[in-house]
Structure formats: structure tokens, C-alpha cells
Design a binder for this molecule. Structure first.
Ligand code: GDP
Ligand code: MG
Length: 597
């Protein structure tokens, strides 16, 4: 394949601005898929993506496009737009020469439009602005283009105007891809160099490695080497995503495809690695990727002890497909053997948990998430804390540090005051405000990560009636007056319920948490005291009184079917319970911390 006829590009945008729809439209108009297949977003093939309508994993697809008697090979990499998935976006960008920057014709530039555009600018991609959804009744294209120029500094004069849904003007997208995005460079005669930009585990084929070719040619039967891991393996099959796996004879410079090898161990193939030829290796590997930093941690425990090994297997499989989360065995007095898992953010955590439960059919108890802290001990040691249980005795702590994020909000001008109040209440430090146009502004704050990961997004949505968006990046750690708050149930500390809080909010949070727990834990035959404590000092208390009657007593003995229903309901509820001493604590209680702010 002549590299001059290849174009590698991504579609980047704020969530819901139409990336997946445009991707499908490109597939449809190029004949890669049929009208029938177009009906729903075919690149979003994870069950959870279909359900939530968001793209979680970046996807790749090869499109043949005929123009002026030539057949071009367009490799499209679909990306997720949510703040938690920057890592996926950055990986996709490294495999491309250009990007279509999609902007909703009504909503305009949003927080992730800015973040994704900057990421593309940083790696020198050619950016083609595309205003989407021009079929909508109410649009404000001119203002949107002004925003593109003002806040992104891009030339908007040649921006495209399309409807991904109806297909209107989508031909101009093909033209722009071919005329504006540069073809890849690279030589077939140099030693093989290909970037591993993704991988996944397929039940039938084993490990599928996604590669972007840089130099050299790869064929079936070649003996290749994964440079970083130093593993050699024979190529069993190579092919392209069309959009299913379709084998091909060879992959040359600039092409994007997949490689099946004999490598069985999931952990041996790492994203960002370089593939080369075993008998004629490249001198140095490609730069690869920066490891993503997990910022939110929680415990995941199998519902019963026998599930531990299978949970380990499933986590391992999932981590091959999503290298941005981490897991390590841990034990809890309350929950037994489980794993401490690290995520890029809260949405990421939810998605991993749901994928485990849906795709792998696991029943899990998940503990409340926390961010990563640093503690400088009196003996001069720096500890990284990703579990409140690891916080040493206060007498040992010299400095307690928390991660700080630079947060940019894009909100309607009339909401600027509210956002400032919201940030101020959460210990934010004001940075600046910039107007995108007459009606919208970008407000920048530095905020403790712990104050934004839980519910900032929801709060923002509610105060701006859905019009506000936010994005954040971690800028470092600073010292703060933090303490570990413990929870005692019937006089005994439940380790998995401990949290780290700022001293100024400890009383309020403690009271809110015990109140919340009171509603989550069912009545038992005896009275249960729920207490919050800091360093042994009780700061809040609630009591769950003992229940008197048998549950079925409510049914007045008569109605059998109602009685059965009630018992079944109870059984279902039990599924997610964990026995702690004599007290049963439901899964939901472990997440109470989130709602008790
Ligand atoms: P993504 O999150 O960027 O991948 O966005 P999607 O492609 O999932 O689209 C989000 C929503 O916008 C879906 O309901 C689409 O049907 C809708 N949408 C996408 N493109 C258009 C368009 O050109 N016009 C209209 N009216 N709706 C669109
Ligand atoms: Mg999508």
C-alpha cells in the first residue's frame, strides 16, 4: 500500500457532539457498512456503551474511499470524550496524523472540546474543525465558529458544516481528510517498527494486538518481537478492522491493523510497546506512552470468599483491554479477600465495575472510592496512600497532602457567580475567567481532587440546568488538614467504611454519614449504634432500633402470593449483603460516603 494513499485520523469532540454518529456515517457513505448496519452506532460494541450511549473504548476501522480514480485507505480511530478517558484519547492521537474536531452547532465549544483540541495541538496533529448537527432547528453556527477562534485559536474560516445524522455535507469531510490531513511517512525498507496502541482479549482468538505501522512490513509467519517486554512470537494472522477482523496479506508503513500471535499471557502485551522483527530489530523503540495515573481507588470484593480467584482472572482480562486501571490484592476485616483497584476517575470506576458484573457475571461488593494521598511521616518517609486503612497514627504524621486539580468550567455567563460559590465552598482557589463570546465563559479554579470527583459534575449540571461542562487535570499535591474518619457499627470499627476528610468538614460529614448508614442498614433483632470517630473520639452517632415483628407479619397471614413476593424481595436484597459480626451491611451502605457530603 502506497503511504501517499493512506490517511490516519481521529474524531475528537465533547461527549454527545456526534463522534460515533459521524464515524458510522463515514462507514455508510464509503460502503464499508450497509444502511441496515447503520441503524445504531456500530463502533460502540460494548454492551455498556450501547446502554449509556457513550464511547468508552477507542475503536479503529479501515475505510476504502474512491476519489479521482484512486482508492484511499482511511483509518479512523473513534475516541471517547469523557474527562476520565483522556488517556484513551491521547493513545489514539499518537496513531494519527490528523483529527476532525467535532462541535455541536447549538452547544458550541465545551470543556472536553477544549481539552481534546489542546491534546491534538500538543502532538502536532492537523485539525479540521467540523460543526455538526446543522439539521437541528436551533443552531448558532457563527457564534460557535467565533468560540473556536477565541478559545482554541484555530482558523475557523474553513470549518465544515455537516449533519452526521442525515449525512448532509459528509462528502466534504472525506475531501478534507484527503486534502488537509498529511499522509504518513515511513519506509518499507527500514527495520519493522509498529506501535501497539491497543489490545484486547478475544475468547476464541486470544490476545488481539492493535498496531499502527511506522516502518517496515509485517506478514503472516514473521517472527516478531515486542521490544519493551522482550517477547518473541510468530505472527499467526494479520488483518484490518473492516469493521470486523478481516485478514490481509501484509501491513506496510502507515497502515493500521491487528496482529494475532502465539502470545498467551495477557500481561506480556502492553499498550505503547513497539513491535519489531526478531532477526532484524529496530535500533530503538518508539516513544510509547506515559503511564496513566490512577487517581481514584476503591476496594472490590467478591460476594463470597470462593470468588476471589475468579475475580483475579476477570480483572486481569479486563486490564488487558483497559490498561488504565490497576488492581492489587488487599484484605479487609469486614470484607475478607479482595482487590484495591485504581481508576482514572469516577465514571471510569463505574464502568469497570459494571463491565465486571455484566460481561463477566460477577457479584461484587465495592467500597466507597477515595483519591490518592501522600503522607510525609515524622521519620521522613513519604507514603502514598490509596486506602484510608493505611493512614498511620496522627502522631506519626508530619504532613498530609492531597492532589489538586486545575478545573476549567465552561458555563453560561449568568452562572459564573454560582460556579464561583460552589468552588469556594469546596476550598477552591480562583484562577481566572475568560469569555468565549457574549453568553458563555470559561472559569478556572484550583480545587482539591477529593472535592470534585464525587459529585461536582452533578452539581455543575444542576446549577447550570445542563449547560455547564467541566474538565480537569491534576497539577500536584499540597499539604492540607486532613484526618481519617472511622465508622463503628455496634461498637466495632468497620475498616472498609473509613474515609479521609478535611478537618473543617469532618463534623458535618460524620453526621451525614451515620444518618445515611442508618437508612441503609436494616433493623435487626437488637439495637445497633452507628458512630463516626476521629482518632478514637466519637463525633456523631445514630441508633437503629430493634425491630419487633417478623417481616411477613405485615401481610396479615392471609395473602400467600404477597407473602411470597415479600420473601423473594428480601432474598434479592440479601444478595448484596455482607455479614459483619451479627450485623448485615448491604453493598449500598459502603457507598453511602458518596452521598453524605
Ligand atoms: P458522541 O458521544 O460524540 O459519540 O455522540 P453520538 O454520536 O453518540 O451522538 C450523540 C447524540 O447526538 C445521538 O443521540 C445522535 O443521534 C445525535 N446526533 C449526532 N449527530 C447528529 C446530527 O447531525 N444531527 C442531529 N440532530 N443529531 C445528531
Ligand atoms: Mg460515541
Amino acid at each position: 500500500m502506497d503511504p501517499k494513499l493512506i490517511r490516519n485520523f481521529s474524531i475528537i469532540a465533547h461527549i454527545d457532539h456526534g463522534k460515533s454518529t459521524l464515524a458510522d456515517q463515514l462507514l455508510l457513505q464509503s460502503g464499508t457498512i450497509t444502511e441496515r448496519e447503520f441503524h445504531s452506532q456500530i463502533l460502540d460494541d460494548l454492551e455498556i456503551e450501547k446502554e449509556r450511549g457513550i464511547t468508552v473504548k477507542a475503536r479503529s476501522v479501515t475505510i476504502d474511499y474512491k476519489k479521482d480514480g484512486q482508492t484511499y485507505e482511511l483509518n479512523l480511530i473513534d475516541t471517547p470524550g469523557h474527562v476520565d478517558f483522556h488517556y484513551e484519547v491521547n493513545r489514539s492521537l499518537a496513531a494519527c496524523e490528523g483529527a476532525l474536531l467535532l462541535i455541536d452547532a447549538f452547544q458550541g465549544v465545551q470543556a472536553q472540546t477544549v481539552a481534546n483540541a489542546y491534546a491534538a495541538i500538543e502532538v502536532d496533529l492537523e485539525i479540521v474543525p467540523v460543526v455538526n448537527k446543522i439539521d437541528l432547528q436551533v443552531i448558532r453556527v457563527e457564534e460557535v465558529l467565533e468560540e473556536v477562534e477565541n478559545i482554541l485559536g484555530l482558523d475557523a474560516s474553513e470549518a465544515l458544516r455537516v449533519s452526521a445524522k442525515t449525512g448532509l455535507n459528509v462528502d466534504t469531510v472525506f475531501d478534507a481528510i484527503i486534502s488537509k490531513i498529511p499522509p504518513p511517512s515511513g519506509s518499507p525498507d527500514k527495520p519493522l517498527k509498529a506501535l501497539v496502541f491497543d489490545s484486547k482479549f478475544d475468547k476464541y482468538r486470544g490476545v488481539v494486538t492493535y498496531v499502527r505501522m511506522v516502518d517496515g512490513v509485517i506478514r503472516k509467519g514473521d517472527n516478531i518481537r515486542f521490544m519493551r517486554e522482550n517477547v518473541n512470537s510468530e505472527v499467526i494472522e494479520i488483518g484490518q478492522f473492516r469493521p470486523g477482523l478481516v485478514p490481509c496479506k501484509e501491513l506496510g508503513p502507515g497502515q493500521v491493523g491487528y496482529v494475532l500471535t502465539g502470545v498467551k499471557e495477557l500481561s506480556r502485551i502492553t499498550v505503547g510497546d513497539t513491535v519489531t522483527m526478531a532477526n532484524n530489530p529496530a535500533e530503538a523503540p518508539l516513544p510509547g506512552y506515559q503511564k496513566p495515573k490512577q487517581m481514584v481507588f476503591c476496594g472490590m470484593y467478591p460476594l463470597d470468599a470462593t470468588g476471589f480467584e475468579s475475580l483475579r482472572d476477570e480483572l486481569q482480562k479486563l486490564s488487558l483491554n483497559d490498561s488504565s486501571f490497576s488492581f492489587q490484592p488487599e484484605t479487609s476485616d469486614a470484607l475478607g479477600f479482595g482487590f484495591r483497584c485504581g481508576f482514572l476517575g469516577m465514571l471510569h470506576m463505574e464502568i469497570v465495575q459494571q463491565r465486571l458484573e455484566r460481561e463477566q457475571d460477577m457479584d461484587l461488593i465495592q467500597t466507597a472510592p477515595n483519591v490518592t494521598y501522600e503522607i510525609l511521616t515524622k521519620s521522613g518517609k513519604t507514603m502514598v496512600i490509596d486506602n484510608p486503612q493505611d493512614v498511620p497514627d496522627p502522631s506519626q504524621i508530619d504532613e498530609f497532602r492531597e492532589p489538586i486539580a486545575k478545573v476549567s468550567f465552561i458555563v453560561p455567563a449568568e452562572n459564573v457567580g454560582t460556579i464561583m460559590q460552589l468552588s469556594q465552598d469546596r476550598r477552591g482557589i480562583y484562577k481566572n475567567t475568560e469569555f468565549l463570546g457574549p453568553t458563555r465563559a470559561q472559569v478556572v479554579y484550583e480545587l482539591p481532587l477529593s472535592e470534585i470527583v464525587y459529585d461536582m459534575y452533578d452539581k455543575l449540571k444542576s446549577v447550570t440546568r445542563g449547560y455547564g461542562t467541566m474538565d480537569y487535570e491534576i497539577i500536584g499535591y499540597t499539604a492540607a488538614d486532613l484526618v481519617k474518619m472511622d465508622i463503628l457499627v455496634k461498637g466495632e470499627q468497620v475498616d472498609a467504611l473509613s474515609t479521609i476528610v478535611h478537618r473543617s468538614t469532618a463534623d458535618r460529614r460524620g453526621r451525614a454519614l451515620v444518618k445515611r448508614l442508618k437508612t441503609e442498614i436494616n433493623k435487626h433483632q437488637f439495637e445497633i449504634a452507628i458512630q463516626a470517630a476521629i482518632g478514637g473520639k466519637i463525633i456523631a452517632r445514630e441508633t437503629i432500633s430493634a425491630f419487633r415483628k417478623n417481616v411477613t407479619a405485615k401481610c396479615y397471614g392471609g395473602d400467600i402470593s404477597r407473602k411470597r413476593k415479600l420473601l423473594e424481595k428480601q432474598k434479592e436484597g440479601k444478595k448484596r449483603m455482607k455479614q459483619f459480626g451479627a450485623v448485615e451491611i448491604p453493598q449500598k451502605a459502603f457507598l453511602s460516603v458518596l452521598e453524605a457530603n
